[in-house]
Ligand binder design. Structure first.
Ligand code: NOJ
Length: 513
């Protein structure tokens, strides 16, 4: 008998980008009541938990990742009672709720930053003298310098947009404030936190000039992943552990090393960290294999993710950038089966169950990601994966908003066949496939060993087994012979005979010897 595992260890978590999921109020922006109405859809899909992107008070300079008040809901998204009702209903349906927390920076509209601009409590942020030029050469992740000048001549650091000043985590007041914010939401019943820019927070003492290549997300950088950050998560873990019900935290940790990632999930720190390697990998058997091996060697509670609100949707990534590529969709479905067969937990991004591609033709005037404006249009930014979900109907707003409302980003005219309504009750649809795959995973839950065993496979295919489950994924251009099995549990496309076609994956059942 295998040991009982905590819920998050093998959970399937569904990321809800709140602005783009469902709009109940009719202002063109998704909201908490809209999510509540759609919870039965998620329960039927078969996920275990939802992760809500920030819904706190915010001027929305970065879609809510610029928080002005960490203890309130932005009126765009509803009220605190809407939040409480959402949590209660989710729990009634057996869904856990993870909320985003943004500790690296606040909004410039936050009362602390407003006070800092008036000269009070500047030490809660990173202010420096710099004269005519910024205090150092650090660049913002969103393009341009990471410093902006205040009217009195000092500069403040913002690793993202100027509207997102970085906190000074060397100030104990910042520490205690966030411990209190955690408790505020834990007391309201949340099951966990997704920690934004979890490897940020501390910057090297002295804020030294740094060669551009060391400013990227990497293990050895004066900007990211400083050792002091781990003390913060040790304190957070104590708070989480003081509540009943296995509350958890997952860090958004961008790094170039699996070993560095592992530091965040030491037993007294975070429960999980996102493993972004797959999100950045091309469609390639050897690349996938290396990611799986490196991850399993480095962490005991792995996570897997193929898409999120910051990257090009994987249907499009795998389709060589073509928006409506049938190859991209076939590969995305295959990758899902590989991901769900692995030990650990899987994070899905809203709309991937509908096979949504990236929207690449958004007009410049519609684009809202600060990356687009800050790079003067050179970088498209992330709006293309944030287009509101098509629920029903054949034209905008596709049931996302009430009829007659224009969603905050224009939806694709090609989405009529991709709506949730159109795909429901169709086992051949991508939605039907996701439901079936999640059901199959649930049926196997708790019965599979954590170890995977690699079986012989051609170079561009992967075959691995976990007990009676064998997963085969064919990333090559030739059919692959299936290993011995007594039945096919599920295929990303119909599996006939003993060959698995390119761009396809299957789960096989093998009786144990
Ligand atoms: C990571 C979030 O996922 C992204 O959307 C945001 O822009 C940055 N952190 C800054 O908060």
């Amino acid at each position: 008998m295998l040991m009982e595992t905590p819920w998050w260890r093998d959970a399937v978590v569904y990321e809800i980008y709140v602005r783009s999921f469902a709009d109940a109020s009719g202002d063109g922006v998704g909201d908490l009541p809209g999510i509540r109405q759609r919870l039965p859809y998620l329960a039927e899909l078969g996920v275990d938990a939802i992760w809500l992107t920030p819904f706190y008070r915010s001027p929305m300079a970065d879609g809510g990742y610029d928080v002005a008040d960490y203890r309130d809901v932005d009126p765009l998204f509803g009220t605190l009672s809407d939040f409480d009702e959402l949590v209660a209903e989710a729990h009634r349906l057996g869904l856990r709720v993870i909320v985003d927390i943004v500790p690296n920076h606040s909004s410039s509209a936050h009362e602390w930053f407003q006070a800092a601009l008036r000269g009070e409590g500047r030490d809660r942020y990173i202010f420096q003298d710099g004269g005519e030029s910024p205090p150092n050469n650090w660049q913002s992740t969103f393009s341009g310098p990471a410093w902006s000048k205040t009217p009195d001549g000092q500069w403040y650091l913002h690793l993202f947009a100027p509207e997102q000043p970085d906190f000074n985590w060397r100030n104990p007041e910042v520490h205690s404030e966030f411990l209190d914010v955690l408790r505020f939401w834990l007391d309201r019943g949340v099951d966990g936190f997704r920690i934004d820019v979890a490897m940020g927070l501390y910057k090297a003492e002295g804020l030294p000039d740094t060669p551009p290549e060391d400013q990227a997300f990497k293990a050895e950088s004066p900007i990211w992943g400083r050792p002091e950050v781990h003390e913060v998560y040790r304190d957070w873990r104590k708070v989480l552990d003081s509540y009943e019900g296995e509350r958890m935290a997952i860090g958004e940790v961008w790094t170039d090393s699996a070993e560095d990632l592992a530091l965040y999930v030491r037993p007294d720190e975070l429960h999980q960290s996102f493993n972004f390697a797959w999100l950045e990998a091309p469609w390639s058997g050897p690349a996938f294999k290396k990611i799986i091996d490196d991850t399993l060697a480095a962490v005991t509670a792995p996570t897997w993710v193929l898409s999120n609100h910051d990257v090009i949707r994987h249907v499009t990534r795998y389709g060589d950038g073509l928006t409506n590529s049938t190859t991209g969709l076939a590969r995305a479905r295959a990758a899902l089966l590989a991901m769900l067969a692995l030990p650990g937990s899987a994070y899905l991004y809203q709309g991937e169950e509908l096979g949504l591609p990236e929207v690449k033709d958004l007009p410049p005037e519609a684009r809202q990601d600060p990356i687009f404006a800050r790079s003067k249009g050179e970088l498209a930014g992330r709006d293309g994966c944030r287009v509101p979900i098509p629920w029903s109907g054949v034209a905008e707003p596709y049931g996302f908003s009430p009829e007659g409302t224009r969603p905050w980003l224009p939806q694709s005219v090609e989405w009529a066949a991709l709506s949730a309504e159109r795909q429901s009750n169709d086992p051949g649809s991508t939605l039907g496939f996701y439901q079936e795959a999640l059901r199959a995973r649930r049926e196997l839950r708790g019965t599979l060993p954590d170890e995977i065993i690699w079986l012989d496979a051609p170079e561009d295919a992967l075959i691995f087994s976990r007990g009676p489950l064998t997963c085969v994924i064919n990333c090559g251009s030739e059919p692959v012979r299936l290993p011995p099995h007594d039945r096919v549990l599920i295929g990303s496309a119909p599996v006939e005979g003993h060959l698995l076609l390119p761009d396809t994956a299957a789960w096989l059942h093998t009786p144990e010897a």
